[in-house]
Write a protein of this length. Structure first.
Length: 196
């Protein structure tokens, strides 16, 4: 993960932790998915650069799921997990470390607008309701999960396009292809940085 994508990921997590209620692991994963796939649908680019896989409970950002196991080692200077008892389970709620503030420097106005929109729309929404949103029939997760050998496979961002044959979708795909080439060129110029 390059430096800009890592900074964006950390700051998106900070933003959702500060601007939604009960932002546990499942809710955060769903919000990240909605953010990345909606932004790709509009621009041909994700916000965080994460890859999502189709797991039984929905789309999972695999690198973040792996980093979650050692959350304090990976994000401890900015974020921490607080275990909260909720009826019959314990929620791993994401909290922002004291003195840490959301930094919007690596975000475009469109990305910030989309983040605010998702935070407002799902501020009080519990994880089960967000699972329903991300499991939408014929949505990206659903198409991969129900396909032959689709379980635990990557969810292509292109599946976010509502009409892949439209002129707009073709323009978005051209931008996406250019972004892949641009990112590959950047990766050769900088040392690679992982979430871990």
């Amino acid at each position: 993960m390059n430096t800009i994508n890592r900074n964006r990921l950390e700051n998106v997590m900070i933003f959702f932790a500060e601007n939604t209620r009960a932002c546990g692991k499942v809710k955060l994963f769903k919000l990240l998915y909605l953010l990345d796939f909606e932004h790709f649908n509009l621009t041909g680019k994700s916000v965080t650069g994460l890859e999502y896989q189709a797991w039984e409970l929905g789309p999972v950002p695999v690198a973040l799921a792996e980093a979650w196991e050692e959350f304090s080692n990976n994000f401890g200077d900015k974020l921490f997990i607080e275990i909260e008892r909720v009826i019959s389970y314990e929620r791993q709620t994401v909290k922002v470390a004291k003195g840490v503030r959301f930094d919007d420097i690596d975000f475009t106005p469109r990305q910030l607008k989309l983040m605010r929109s998702l935070a407002e729309k799902y501020c009080d929404t519990a994880s089960p309701a967000l699972i329903d949103v991300t499991h939408e029939q014929n949505g990206a997760w659903h198409r991969v999960w129900t396909s032959e050998n689709g379980k635990y496979q990557a969810i292509p961002y292109e599946l976010s396009l509502l009409d892949p044959t439209s002129e707009m979708a073709q323009q978005v795909m051209t931008i996406a292809e250019e972004e892949v080439m641009y990112s590959a060129a950047l990766e050769k110029c900088r040392p690679k940085q992982s979430i871990h």
